[in-house]
Design a protein around this ligand. Sequence first.
Ligand SMILES: NC(=O)c1ccc[n+]([C@@H]2O[C@H](COP(=O)([O-])OP(=O)(O)OC[C@H]3O[C@@H](n4cnc5c(N)ncnc54)[C@H](O)[C@@H]3O)[C@@H](O)[C@H]2O)c1
Length: 675
Amino acid sequence: MSVNEMIQDAMTIQLDYELPEYPTFTAGIRRAPRRESHMTEADKALAIKNALRYIHPDHHEQMAKEFAEELETRGRIYGYRFRPAGKLYGKPIDEYKGNCIEGKAIQVMIDNNLDFDVALYPYELTTYGETGQVCQNWMQYRLIKKYLEALTDEQTLVVMSGHPLGLFHSHKLAPRVVITNGLMVGTFDDQEHFNRAAALGVANYGQMTAGGWMYIGPQGIVHGTFNTLLNAGRLKLGIPKDKDLSGRLFVSAGLGGMSGAQGKAAMIAGAAAIIAEVDDSRIDTRYTQGWVSHRTANLEEATKIALDHQKAGNPCAVAYNGNIVDLLEYLYEKNVHVDLMSDQTSCHVPYDGGYCPQGLTFEQRTEMLDKDPEGFRAWVDKSLHHHYEMICKFHEKGTYFFDYGNSFLKAVYDSGVKSVCKNGENDLDGFVFPSYVEDILGPQLFDFGYGPFRWCCLSRNPEDLDKTDAAAAEYIRTHNRRYQDYDNYVWVRDAKKNKLVVGTQCRILYQDAMGRMNIALKFNEMVRNGEIGPVILGRDHHDTGGTDAPFRETSNIKDGSNIMADMATQCYAGNAARGMSYIALHNGGGTGIGRAINGGFGMVLDGSERVDTILRMAMPWDTMVGVARRSWARNENAITTAVEYNQKNKDTDHITLPYVAEDSIIEAALRAVEA
Ligand SMILES: NC(=O)c1ccc[n+]([C@@H]2O[C@H](COP(=O)([O-])OP(=O)(O)OC[C@H]3O[C@@H](n4cnc5c(N)ncnc54)[C@H](O)[C@@H]3O)[C@@H](O)[C@H]2O)c1
């Protein structure tokens, strides 16, 4: 018996023997640019050999040629032939096959991440953030589905960078799926090694909820952006807590996967906004959804519409089809005062297509990426320098600029501008403009434990979502302690009116530890009573405890531990120990390879007592690990939250709290030693 015959006999779960028909590609669906990878001939051979591991040997000759062609033209092997024909979307859960509810629910979430209406480059399995993928290739997609169909409630599926390693025996309270993406050994933990590994087919960039299978369309970030803008207005523009941003101008860039939320969030917060976007097809999507109110490629017109609305105190979001640097130059020349400014181009991967340099159209950018990636780098660097220069000029005139977690300032630094660093030398102490987490989201939300809790109604029935919205709003109304609660109440009360759903029937709602647990228990009770169908809970990885990222989520950690990744790892391990339905741990996230470790979870509510037990253990842990760490870093609001937690949970939990030393005592001690 040959090795391959032995292998075939030993696998009961594998791709079908017959090769599927090569699919046709629907016109007008965005396609990923060619991905960079410096591969030797030996690397290319290895990549093809790796991909053929999924394929029956009878088809190796044919598929080797197809894979070689994909590697050459796309820089990656996606295995297009294995993409199921037609539109993928998160269907009602009952339409999926499976031996346990989690196996079916997770298929809904995967398909939602690949929906043409949701995903950035659906043919390349890319959900958002330019490179964030569900898994690496369509062979993996098919195989994961087969495993999820077979999965029982006493097994755990292990997925490593998109590759389903196999089903292993576990128990009913264990996670059904454990996912890791792009975790690399320290010495090799950089973009170049990652690109090679991805091209070899051994690394997936999971971003956060792309490879964590918990993306809910741009709604996921609308709430966070709304909170950030509103609180920036309160903290930096002196807007009272009961007022919004009407009469204020916000300018930014990007209307893509997540950045597409900016216009909508600005309008909900009452602002007039202009958002630059080089890719007209992105503007099409946001305009059709009603997430931007106006569109134009004319700078004068864009400015006039925004200023008219600003003057009248009416919200608007104008999509300007062009480069952000051109927009900034124009506004500066016309002496337009901008209150709030940000950027949400994909600067965590500026040289891979994430940032379109001034002077190149979107089409020219795509062509140059393919033909002259080195030349493209030089264009990006030049544009970033000038972009930063323009932001500084606005700053001098009173604009509040914040980095919105896309590594913009890091990209400026990497392009050679040292003056962007707080210490003028390197990025260890952060940058001259604080990130939104450092200044706003960290102290005002994360330190209290408020973060992006979310849920999806697996029935795809909008009425289920209405009922869960109402239940969540009622909970917050009766537990209104501070202005953050009121903001969240208004958000969920008006969520339906604001038409936020794209894809499955999902909702995001910032909540703290106890809010998340109590709302989750309420939903599980509603499932039990037959008021709604099953629900899956999750969150963005961009949260209080889920992510270690010194340029973003943990940028307001000032005890030197911002470069450590213990918290995110503990959060993930703790969620596994407490039985979340699935858990994910990733390298990279929104700030790029080597710059973050982030994790998330999915938790299926089937109405059972078992789920109640898991929720009571896991929901507080998932958030309080972050509050406890932030408190240990001496963050004031986190200390008060941890103190309150210790008092309320003294029979079950205990958080170590920091004594805070006077600076004068330490200075005196150091002076005494020097003397
Ligand atoms: N703060 C957060 O909570 C948060 C959350 C998710 C993502 N992010 C980060 O935000 C960034 C954007 O994410 P995304 O999912 O929207 O990515 P995306 O790639 O889908 O969208 C970015 C958009 O910017 C446009 N663009 C690029 N350069 C431009 C330029 N010079 N002028 C005008 N438009 C330009 C692109 O055409 C694209 O549509 C990423 O770096 C991501 O990691 C932040």
